[in-house]
Design a protein around this ligand. Structure first.
Ligand SMILES: [Zn+2]
Length: 224
């Protein structure tokens, strides 16, 4: 199973190599550097469909198919949500979008649907939450917490890839975590990168992917 994700990612050139990336800042204030980066937007439509189907089957094998909606954060989750709905007609697609303050919000239409579903069922509405690639899982966890506050029961969190290789149901605070490929991409601390990583070789930063722009601006402001 994990081999199929790896194969398709390789085939579609999703994992970028031999450049210089800065990942988002960690809780301890450091910024990991890497010569690898996952650009999930490169995944072809056919690959997304195949992997989403695998994820769907894995989730159903674990929690059954007694859920009424599939939700996830824009934009990564959107094609996966579309495939889930194709596989289970009648499933409600719910896409959470960030507002200007960075908090996830549902459309008024989805909120109304949730309210109606709760009234009709006289019980909790059950959903699964999905995303494409997780690093810390912050986005999907926020969406799941948001759902829980709306009295929605989140049966499982699912993703195509965990690129930290470290995420578990308990670290994500969920009952079930279904991940097709858990694979730690090598990263360097800033100090290691300066010593043995792309920084030491003077490899130019990729400013298009990751957080190199922010990191460079920070370095500049600190040397002033
Ligand atoms: Zn570096």
């Amino acid at each position: 199973m994990s081999n199929r994700v790896r194969e398709l990612y390789r085939q579609d050139g999703v994992i970028l190599h031999k450049s210089h990336f800065v990942y988002s800042r960690k809780a301890d204030g450091t910024w990991p550097h890497s010569d690898n980066f996952v650009d999930a937007s490169r995944l072809s439509d056919a690959s997304i469909r195949e992997l989403s189907k695998l994820l769907f089957e894995r989730i159903v094998a674990q929690v059954g198919d007694d859920f009424q909606a599939v939700m996830g954060p824009a934009r990564g989750a959107i094609p996966i949500i579309e495939e889930f709905v194709r596989l289970m007609p009648g499933l409600r697609p719910i896409i959470a979008k960030r507002n200007d303050l960075g908090f996830f919000e549902l459309s008024p239409c989805d909120v109304e649907w949730l309210n109606t579903a709760r009234c009709l069922d006289q019980s909790r509405v059950r959903v699964v939450a999905v995303d494409d690639v997780l690093t810390k899982g912050t986005g999907i966890v926020r969406v799941a917490r948001f759902a829980t506050r709306q009295l929605v029961e989140v049966l499982a969190l699912g993703c195509l890839m965990d690129r930290s290789g470290e995420l578990t149901a308990s670290t994500l605070g969920t009952q079930r975590f279904v991940c097709l490929w858990s694979h730690a991409l090598p990263t360097f601390t800033e100090e290691e990168c300066a010593r043995i990583g792309p920084c030491s070789k003077g490899t130019p930063f990729d400013l298009e992917h990751g957080h190199a722009k922010e990191w460079l601006a920070l370095q500049k402001s600190m040397t002033k």
